[in-house]
Ligand binder design. Structure first.
Ligand SMILES: N[C@@H](CCC(=O)N[C@@H](CS)C(=O)NCC(=O)O)C(=O)O
Length: 219
């Protein structure tokens, strides 16, 4: 039975779940949620997720939200002994560290810098820009000597971080100062299963949204 996924394609957290499902060959039954129309605030959706966020999944009556929690659940339930989330405690801890860095540091720094500019017409804030650059520098350092984000194999860390890094790239923020990030980004684009369908399409939607909302002088 397919798992219901409530999502919006431009959203980075939703693309994490699409990438993980593709890597595990797990079938999803997609339901588009139009956030700008407030569909996430409808009573039926609030019954599934009182926090009214996408992505949300419903697996045989079990409702779950938070993209990285969903990702871990999908591997735990459907991944068998998938290397995406290794069972060795140290290897798993490294994946968790990268996942927590992504959701707790890198993505919020991007969001704090960029979203006020496109959604509220704010001008670019130098201090917030510096914080984002520092986040990218951290990632560049973590990748030193590693093929993938947490070792020599692709893990949940890569599928999570690539949704963020591709969003940063699509926002027109250069990655060129961070050669390990550029090298890793190219590798993940080529090797993540069904990358174009799972992430590339949503990135195109995100780019269109940015183009639509960004003050013309900034483009
Ligand atoms: N930490 C959450 C973030 C989810 C989130 O904030 N999603 C946004 C779209 S990117 C959303 O659903 N916003 C609608 C709302 O909060 O009402 C995750 O990773 O799933």
């Amino acid at each position: 039975m397919a798992i219901d996924l409530y999502y919006t394609p431009g959203s980075a957290p939703c693309r994490v779940v699409l990438l993980v499902a593709a890597a595990l060959n797990v079938q999803l039954n997609p339901h588009l949620v139009n956030l700008r129309a407030g569909e996430q605030l409808q009573p039926d959706f609030l019954k599934l997720n009182p926090q009214h966020t996408v992505p949300t999944i419903v697996d045989d009556g079990f409702s779950l939200w938070e993209s990285r929690a969903i990702s871990r659940y999908l591997v735990n339930k459907y991944g068998g002994d998938s290397p995406l989330y290794p069972t060795d405690p140290k290897a798993r801890a490294l994946v968790d560290q990268r996942l927590d860095f992504d959701i707790g540091t890198l993505y919020p720094r991007f969001a704090q810098y960029f979203y006020p500019q496109i959604f509220a017409g704010a001008s670019a804030d130098k201090a917030l820009h510096g914080k984002l650059q520092q986040g990218l520098k951290f990632l560049n350092t973590f990748l030193e000597g590693y093929k993938y984000a947490a070792g020599n194999e692709m893990t949940l860390a890569d599928l999570s971080l690539v949704a963020t890094v591709s969003t940063i790239d699509a926002a027109g923020i250069s990655l060129q100062e961070y050669p390990n990030v550029v090298r890793w980004f190219e590798l993940v684009k080529k090797t993540a299963p069904n990358y174009e369908e799972a992430n590339g399409k949503g990135i195109q939607e995100f780019k269109a949204l940015v183009k639509n909302l960004m003050p013309k002088s900034e483009l």
